[in-house]
Design a protein around this ligand. Sequence first.
Ligand SMILES: Cc1cc2nc3c(=O)[nH]c(=O)nc-3n(C[C@H](O)[C@H](O)[C@H](O)COP(=O)(O)OP(=O)(O)OC[C@H]3O[C@@H](n4cnc5c(N)ncnc54)[C@H](O)[C@@H]3O)c2cc1C
Length: 396
Amino acid sequence: MTALATAAPTLAERTARVADVLAEHAREVDDSATFPVASLDALRESGLMGLLVPVEHGGLGGDLADLARTAAELGGACLSTAMIWAMHGQQVAAIAAHAGPRLRADLLPRIARGEVYVASVTSERGKGGHLLTAEAPLRPEGDRLRIERDAPIVTGGAVADGFLVTMRASPEAGHDDVSLVYADRGQLTATPGRGGWNPMGMRGTHSVPLRITGDVPADQLVGAPGGFRAVATRTFVPAGHIGWAACWLGAARGALSMVLGMIRDPRTRGSFDPSSELLRRRLARARLDLDTVAALLAQAIRDAADATDPEAPAVQLRLNGLKVHAAERCSAVVDELVELTGLRHGYMRDSALPLERVHRDLRSASLNYANDRLYDANGAIALLDRDVTLAWAGRP
Ligand SMILES: Cc1cc2nc3c(=O)[nH]c(=O)nc-3n(C[C@H](O)[C@H](O)[C@H](O)COP(=O)(O)OP(=O)(O)OC[C@H]3O[C@@H](n4cnc5c(N)ncnc54)[C@H](O)[C@@H]3O)c2cc1C
């Protein structure tokens, strides 16, 4: 008897299976502010940790549209776990596009097999959240690089298998001369830093302070020495903003879908009046906000795929605008849904609808790389585009 070859599951099938696990654990990881170990195990098993790993290295060979679709589905199940996964995807995108051949050949297959979950270390005491500067320097020691880095907030820092870290390129380098370096957990000593993790929302991300020290071979730089700016512009920021925005959009879409289900459910229909003008207006506003975020997200994905000049002002404006707009509007949608569903269904922690949790989670979106920083950047970039080049009016 010949065994029938089973077709590999589609991306949608993999995502749907994992989303059930995330949803099952969402409340518990929020209550305890602990890392969603079972959900990460399911992601490791599913192949999704290697979504952005090229096929020749054993991955699924996905692109930014796949990242966004998957992040949105996961975001509707558990926003903390979705962000953990999307941030890992952002790190993998940078490694796949900019690491040297030895690191790619060693690391990418391990990521594809679900063995390596990569955490992000960009924030640093002293410089705050500013992405393109660094304080602590990499120190060359023969053919190795010495890492001594304070890391005040590292999502999944206690469980990650590897870290992608921004550092000043050398002790002599300026603060905007930044390198990106990869380290396996086994190459580092990671000790808990000052403070813990007891935030308002995104509690399951378990984003802890760490102090990391160790050394790695010099070919574990991702991009050229001092080349983080190019990695950031081409890959790191597009994958980051697209992945985060998709997570937030998925969480807000999931919330709206649940509220619509409740309004239409015969058992709760009496609690809501679908002919109420106020209710209809609130639903229309929520839907419009989600549609505008989705449209900007789709355009940012097209920009990232098409742009020959990723630094073109119109491209930068939309990419930063996506992050800011998604953070504001997705949070506003869920706030409005709390208002619509009221104290019993929208505000209680033990309500059947998880609006209270999603509301707290989405409150972090404007802070997760400060919207203020991006407004400031976009104001300066807008001055460079006197023609006000909009996407529908032709290519930037
Ligand atoms: C859930 C979550 C997970 C995270 N995970 C990680 C992680 O894994 N790794 C990591 O490195 N970091 C992580 N971060 C940190 C994040 O990337 C940002 O660096 C951090 O949230 C910024 O913190 P901040 O607001 O203190 O700093 P800053 O960005 O320095 O801002 C400080 C204050 O100054 C204001 N401000 C800043 N710039 C300007 C300006 N130009 N004009 C006016 N006002 C300004 C801001 O609004 C803010 O009030 C995470 C954050 C969150 C919320």
